[in-house]
Ligand binder design. Structure first.
Ligand SMILES: *[C@@H]1O[C@H](CO)[C@@H](O)[C@H](O)[C@H]1NC(C)=O
Ligand SMILES: *[C@@H]1O[C@H](CO)[C@@H](O)[C@H](O)[C@H]1NC(C)=O
Length: 369
């Protein structure tokens, strides 16, 4: 698109005038006068730009260079990804003839910075020693011999990894109860741009969930990401943590900045739970074992016929009957009843009986014969 009516037209005029006649153009446009002999390499420091008091910048979210249809300009790189305070360089070039003038125009917080440098050559490099602005909208333009101009916008992503990332449980501290809902929160402190932050919650080595913000703010912000968990007794001792990664795309650093939180070791209170079946079969001679588990470890007392007993290490048929476990756990007192059946001799009874029957049948058959 060849849009006219931009300050550039004036600039071309001045430029052409300047090169044909040697008119003094000093008073015409002070910011432009210094560019009569266009260099091919431009140095500027964004921090030296006057800061603006205007409204927050309007942000065209998302990257991708907006090549105006038919405009032959290209920039290298096509998107600038720069860490705050770091330098960058970008080269705008026009591969065809017919564009006598090339320049950069930088929009900073809604203000148009008269970027000084233009060239009559095929490319113009723009360098910034220290990137100290969060929001900047540069475009490279070329004036056409036919009149008018075209331009290409350069997306710039200014990033800053979070100062720290911390995990906690919302409105809670100390041990958690099994089966209740808790909210894990992962706080990323002072990160930009938060919309490119990918937050992953972990339990031990396994990722639980990933989250992203839809916020398009370019300045650093502190953001809390949350996820609900319902811990079970298996989670006792598990370590919850989170990781915040800035996903800056193919033009970003080779290793995307990653900051991880501390580890939050979960203590889950549960039980007491009866581990054995309520109808328990043990073989004669085996131990009668039935565990009651919980955290904290419950106190367990076994009763049989109203009397306190120890569970037998070697069961005999006399040990069959109804046992009651009287337990005290974190939620108070709880009783379990277990009916114990003691099976005859070491599991060989049925087997021997079978042989015995077979023997009887054989003897019968022999006597018949
Ligand atoms: C800028 O790009 C042009 C065209 O690709 C190339 O010829 C030129 O060497 C580049 N300049 C710099 C300083 O990288
Ligand atoms: C549990 O069993 C003990 C002993 O038999 C008894 O004294 C107590 O009342 C029982 N408690 C409950 C809650 O059933």
């Amino acid at each position: 698109m060849f849009a006219s009516a931009r300050p550039i037209t004036l600039l071309l005029l001045l430029h052409l005038l300047g090169s044909v006649t040697s008119l003094s153009i000093h008073t015409a446009a002070p910011p432009i006068q210094s560019q009569v002999s266009p260099p091919s390499h431009v140095q500027s420091d964004v921090s030296s730009f006057p800061s603006s008091v205007s409204d927050p910048p309007s942000i065209s979210s998302g990257g991708g260079s907006a090549t105006t249809a038919g405009c032959p300009l290209t920039t290298s790189p096509s998107t600038v990804v720069v860490r705050f305070d770091d330098p960058f360089t970008v080269n705008c070039s026009v591969p065809v003839t017919g564009f006598p003038l090339l320049g950069w125009e930088i929009k900073l917080e809604k203000e148009l910075m008269p970027n000084p440098d233009t060239t009559q050559g095929r490319f113009l490099v723009w360098s910034v020693d220290r990137m100290t602005k969060w929001s900047i909208e540069p475009s490279c333009y070329a004036l056409s011999e036919q009149g008018g101009q075209c331009h290409i916008e350069l997306p710039v992503i200014v990033y800053k990894p979070p100062d720290f990332v911390a995990i906690s449980i919302a409105d809670h501290s100390g041990p958690m109860l099994e089966g209740r809902v808790y909210t894990l929160q992962c706080e990323a402190q002072d990160v930009a741009p938060v919309g490119r932050l990918l937050v992953t919650f972990y339990k031990g080595p396994s990722a639980l969930r990933q989250q992203q913000s839809i916020d398009t703010v370019k300045e650093p912000v502190t953001k809390v990401f949350t996820m609900d968990i319902i811990p079970s007794k298996e989670d006792n001792g598990a370590e919850y943590w989170c990781e915040a990664k800035l996903e800056l795309g193919p033009d970003g650093p080779q290793h995307p900045p990653v900051v991880t939180s501390q580890k939050l070791k979960a203590t889950i209170l549960f039980g007491p739970n009866l581990v054995c079946p309520t109808k328990l079969q043990v073989r004669e001679g085996q131990s009668l074992s039935c565990e009651v588990r919980g955290n904290p470890r419950p106190s367990v007392t076994w009763f049989r016929d109203g009397r306190e007993v120890a569970l037998p290490a070697h069961s005999t048929r006399e040990h069959a009957g109804k046992y009651t476990a009287w337990t005290i756990g974190h939620l108070g007192q709880k009783n379990f009843t277990v009916e114990v059946e003691v099976l005859g001799g070491r599991g060989t009874t049925n087997f021997l009986n079978g042989y015995f029957l077979l023997g009887v049948v054989l003897i019968q058959m022999i006597t018949w014969l």
